[in-house]
Design a protein. Structure first.
Length: 251
């Protein structure tokens, strides 16, 4: 598959060169998720996300952390080939493309899609653009998931029972911390997981897993018990996001 992808990518570049378009092109290369580690309705097992934990259909780093690159002849020399650790989200591509189009004299209307509460609302989408100019501060917050009866119900309509997950849990990243919070007892029994969850800690009657992604990028140690203030802060952030959810989030 990697060979086929590489060949296809080469054909795209060759076509751009043939049309003399490469010097006016921005190439964005990324994946939408980690490799699938369990067989489901459309996935076959064979990938690996090591050393990160688990894979597709989970919100551990192996399922959501993806390499990516942006290439354009407009990059300054000091950022060409640079590696950025900025925390960004796929929705940031939307504003990056709008910004680039605006710079080329093309005006666009920012739709309601841009207004989704994803981290810092007023600056949503500027993080990729900043990284391309050498500012790798990145996002402070990403809401990875907010599972409700509606979202999981829609999933069950077109996929297999393997992907079924509980209806009431959230996953959020804030700075270096990532919190799983809610009905995790059921989630940790899900068939999409290939290894047991770390021991759960209960805070306000809800199960919690807290990881320091900078110190523990492979998510091996649940530090919720010794960081109850962080758990509460991030749980409150999930509840705030949930106010815009189509079905009720029960805290």
């Amino acid at each position: 598959m990697v060979t086929q992808m590489d060949d296809g990518f080469g054909q795209i570049l060759a076509a751009l060169d043939q049309k003399n378009m490469r010097d006016n092109t921005v190439i964005i290369f990324l994946s939408d998720h980690g490799a699938a580690l369990v067989k489901s309705c459309w996935d076959y097992v064979g990938g690996s996300n090591k050393p990160y934990r688990d894979g597709k259909f989970t919100f551990f780093e192996g399922g959501i952390k993806s390499p990516a690159f942006v290439w354009t002849p407009w990059l300054e020399d000091d950022v060409k080939g640079a590696h950025s650790k900025a925390l960004v989200h796929v929705v940031d591509i939307y504003s990056l493309v709008l910004s680039l189009a605006h710079n080329q004299g093309i005006t666009g209307t920012v739709s309601d899609l841009f207004k989704i509460k994803q981290g810092e609302f007023k600056d949503a989408g500027k993080f990729l653009l900043k990284a391309l100019h050498g500012d790798h501060s990145g996002r402070k917050t990403i809401l990875h998931n907010l599972a409700t009866k509606l979202s999981q119900g829609e999933l069950r309509k077109y996929c297999s029972p393997v992907t079924e997950q509980p209806d009431n849990y959230g996953v959020i990243r804030h700075h270096n911390f990532k919190l799983f919070y809610g009905d995790l007892q059921a989630w940790c029994r899900s068939e999409v997981l290939t290894e047991p969850c770390p021991d759960l800690v209960f805070v306000n009657g809800r199960a919690a897993m807290l990881f320091d992604i900078e110190r523990d990028p492979y998510e091996r140690v649940n530090i919720a018990a010794t960081n109850l203030d962080v758990v509460q802060k991030l749980a409150d952030m999930i509840s705030e996001y949930a106010k815009d959810a189509p079905t009720q989030w029960v805290v």
